[in-house]
Design a protein around this ligand. Sequence first.
Ligand SMILES: [Zn+2]
Length: 193
Amino acid sequence: MLWHMPRNTKKIYLTFDDGPIPEVTPPVLEMLGQWNAKATFFCVGENVQKHPQVLKQVVEQGHRLGNHTFHHLKGVEVSTETYLQDTALCQQLLQPELSEAAPMLFRPPYGRFTKGQRTALSAQYRLVMWDVLSADYDSRLSPQVCLQKSIRYTRPGSIIVFHDSLKAWDRLQWVLPRYLEHFSRKGFTFATL
Ligand SMILES: [Zn+2]
């Protein structure tokens, strides 16, 4: 499983989970565009099915896609068979937008899956975790604290998790532009996985 990228370059790997949705994903793309930042979007199949145009926008702007199951399943609560089927369903929806050459990416919702699920998926996917959790989904957290923590824990090669979800938007819309500005001014660039 991938927790971070090489530490010897000034690159940060932004990831956005749980989209794409029309209320949040397009403004996120706009913010990324302002700093020429590229990111990886771990999509929920249900949202891809509902909002194919938003998915297209993500791809057209040079970002990368990853699989985050169809129903945002918690692996430990379902059988391996169900989990693999759900993941395959999401992959079918993403496939038309993926380039043949790049390995397929998968991130387990909640960061939790069973050993059996992990082993089965690792044959087919690059499993992507993270080393920085922004906790943008946590409504008890002020945007200021969310930003401070995100900045404090980010290192060269970090993979940071944000969410293009309604739950996270209150914080994300404040945190993301400032996070991008902070690290851009320090000479970092933002790359896809
Ligand atoms: Zn998720």
